[in-house]
Design a protein around this ligand. Structure first.
Ligand code: ATP
Length: 202
């Protein structure tokens, strides 16, 4: 999966709508301190389903919404859109035209987050799995933020394993395994109830 374009509006310091083309190859972000380099990387992680406010350097998820300055009022929503190139349909019920998939995440104060993929409403879980399967998820080692190298060096073996799983695109398997185990437990409970009813009828 290749990223082609990032659009932001009301996200952290990007109060005005901003659009960035992401060209093929390695992308570096340069600029003076405090200009918003890390915010851009966070916007990419956020639209891919990041659910930890802490890893977005905030106390709560609404902290990603432009909080206002001495001269500008705060905003009530933040929206990030990521246009990607995909080689096949990746989400059920979402049609892909010209090999492009646009994922949009929007958060409104007091109303939480919602996701759309090529204009259709989708679940947070589907978006997170979609990017995890493509090995570009919110925790992908391909996104190298400040302090990340030091974190890799000092990581525990279990954390390194997690990074390898993200890189290999198999991180989504844990979520699917949990889902499957839940279904299995529910089915076992249903079966037990059915056997009880049958026993009562005999
Ligand atoms: P450095 O090079 O120092 O690490 P940077 O270019 O990575 O800086 P960021 O950390 O991305 O910069 O941006 C920090 C700026 O974003 C700060 O000025 C901060 O006030 C602003 N900012 C962060 N969250 C919000 C928000 N919710 N609303 C408004 N501004 C915000």
């Amino acid at each position: 999966m290749r990223f082609k374009r990032l659009k932001l509006s009301g996200f952290k310091s990007f109060v005005e709508p901003a659009e960035l083309r992401i060209e093929p190859g390695l992308t570096g972000i340069v600029g003076p301190n405090g200009c918003g380099k890390s915010n851009l990387l966070e916007a990419i992680r956020w639209v891919m389903g990041e659910s930890s406010a802490k890893s977005m350097r905030g106390g709560g998820m609404e902290d990603v919404i432009f909080a206002g300055t001495a001269t500008r009022p705060s905003r009530n929503f933040a929206e990030v859109s990521l246009l990607t190139e995909v080689s096949q349909p990746v989400l059920a019920a979402v049609s892909v035209e010209d090999g492009e998939l646009e994922v949009v995440r929007r958060i409104e104060r007091g109303a939480g987050s919602a996701y759309r993929a090529n204009g259709r409403d989708v679940r947070a879980k589907d978006v997170a799995l979609l990017f995890a399967d493509a090995a570009t998820g919110a925790h992908s080692p391909a996104l190298v933020s400040q302090g990340r190298i030091a974190a890799v060096i000092s990581a525990r073996p279990s954390e390194r394993r997690q990074m390898l799983e993200e890189a290999a695109g198999i991180a989504g398997l844990h979520v699917r395994r949990k889902d499957a185990e839940q279904k299995l437990r529910a089915t076992e409970a249903n079966l037990e109830r059915l056997l009880q009813v049958l026993g009562d009828m005999e």
